[in-house]
Design a protein. Structure first.
Length: 448
């Protein structure tokens, strides 16, 4: 299996990201033309065949979301592209919008025509000013070329796109908070129901997808579902964009087929540890993801395999630390981020994050008690249950994973050693009485 591939990134470096004539020359808008020729049902059928899941983190089947949007009866419907890429360590959307923005716009047009919408919006984070300028020019070029606006490509379909920019709040990556920001309000999540698919922007049904999702739709329509299925595994077809960062020799954004292992990504693609120090941990999916030890390295990156550990692939960010990195110090940095980015609307997230930061400060300087470690777990579990939105619900994920998988690193701060022969993952699974034969993992003892 090739470790890196070019499916959704096939257009990278083939044009400058602005020249629409060149984009058309290399096959641009052929997916849109296929939609016009074969109709919306064909699009949904292709997406269902590929098993494409949303790439914003939730991994909801794209065809189901689009099918619900198509069947929803409403006077108006909106398409919304979430380009508020605020997850630390995640930069794949920036790369897509910089190197192939027309594929994102084409995916939005395909979505609009498929579900019966005539208006779309793209919301780009404030920290990407160059990307904002480029996308604005691309939208204007697309209008001039006749693929946006009235009579798309000379047909009866109409669809236009408007650009919005945020103020940099991480919470606005959550769909309803993003829409509140677009409406000129404070970016805070809405109470649900109703959901934004029913009452979204300006109370109009709104279908939200991530930048990467729209790019994949364009590529699938252009090359076909069979080509997409040539990559990946039977249960996780296709490819995924990975944002690789941390103490690694070759950080960057890479497209990999589902089925490559974390070892492949870190050592074959990433070149291994920058300092040649042994691998210590990785965090999967950005700051809201779990922190795992070396026993995850031989696990294939697929939805079915990572879910066996209860791990979300999320945005595809992988942040790597080696033995020179203190996992508790790293965890404290993650927690400081959540204290800063909590919108403060709900008490569990607002107060819980502050209390966790205070306790982690004590953990880091070695003044914490065993009772306070237990309190960290209790606060974390309460936040996961009681927080209003995904930010508060996932903020403690890293903490709980460190307590589970790096028990010695935590408890040596209390003053004693917990001996699980170094293999905490296997210990945890065995004590949970999980049948290891039913989990599609290739467990290998690594030496680094």
């Amino acid at each position: 299996m090739n470790k890196t591939v070019s499916f959704v990134t096939d257009n990278f470096n083939k044009y400058d990201g602005l020249n629409i004539k060149k984009y058309i020359e290399i096959g641009g808008f052929s997916g849109l033309k296929k939609l016009i020729e074969k109709g919306p049902d064909f699009v949904i059928s292709e997406l269902k065949e590929t098993g494409l899941r949303g790439r914003g983190g939730a991994a909801y089947p794209t065809w189901k979301k689009w099918d619900m949007g198509k069947k929803r009866i409403a006077k108006d419907k909106y398409i919304l592209c979430n380009a508020d890429e605020g997850e630390p360590g995640t930069f794949k959307d920036r790369e897509l919008l910089d190197k192939d923005p027309y594929s994102v716009l084409e995916g939005m047009i395909i979505a609009g025509i498929t579900i019966g919408s005539v208006k779309g919006y793209i919301y780009i984070r404030e920290e990407y000013p160059n990307i904002q300028d480029k996308v604005a020019k691309c939208i204007e070029n697309a209008r001039n070329e006749g693929v946006l606006g009235e009579s798309v490509l000379g047909t009866d379909y109409s669809f236009d796109i408007e650009l919005y920019t945020g103020a940099g709040a991480y919470i606005c990556g959550e769909g309803s908070a993003l829409i509140e920001s677009m409406e000129g309000k404070s970016g805070r999540p809405r109470n649900k129901p109703p959901r934004i698919g029913t009452k979204g922007f300006m109370q109009v049904p709104t279908m939200v997808n991530n930048v990467e999702t729209f790019s994949y739709v364009t590529a699938i329509l252009r090359y076909g579902s069979e080509e997409y299925a040539n990559y990946g595994t039977s249960e996780s077809k296709g490819t995924k964009l990975i944002s690789l960062s941390g103490n690694i020799k070759n950080p960057g954004m890479y497209e990999v087929p589902f089925g490559v292992t974390f070892y492949d990504v870190i050592y074959t693609i990433g070149g291994g540890m920058k300092s040649d120090s042994p691998f210590k941990f990785l965090q999967l999916g950005g700051v809201s993801g779990p922190i795992m030890q070396k026993y995850i390295l031989n696990t294939p990156i697929t939805y079915e395999n990572t879910s066996a550990y209860g791990l979300p692939i999320g945005s595809g960010a992988i942040t790597v630390g080696d033995e020179t990195n203190n996992v508790v110090e790293f965890l404290l940095g993650v927690q400081k981020f959540f204290v800063h980015e909590s919108c403060g609307k709900c008490t569990p997230c607002r107060e819980g994050n502050i209390q966790l930061k205070q306790l982690l400060l004590k953990l880091n300087d070695g003044t914490i008690t065993e009772e306070e470690v237990i309190r960290i777990e209790r606060i974390s579990n309460t936040m996961k249950i009681a927080s209003l939105c995904g930010l508060g619900q996932t903020a403690p994920t890293a903490i709980l994973s460190v307590i589970r998988y790096f028990t010695n690193d935590v408890y040596k701060k209390v003053g004693f050693h917990v001996d699980f022969d170094g293999d905490l993952v296997k210990h945890y699974l065995e004590n949970m009485k999980i049948d290891m034969s039913q989990i599609k993992l290739k467990y290998t003892e690594f030496e680094y």
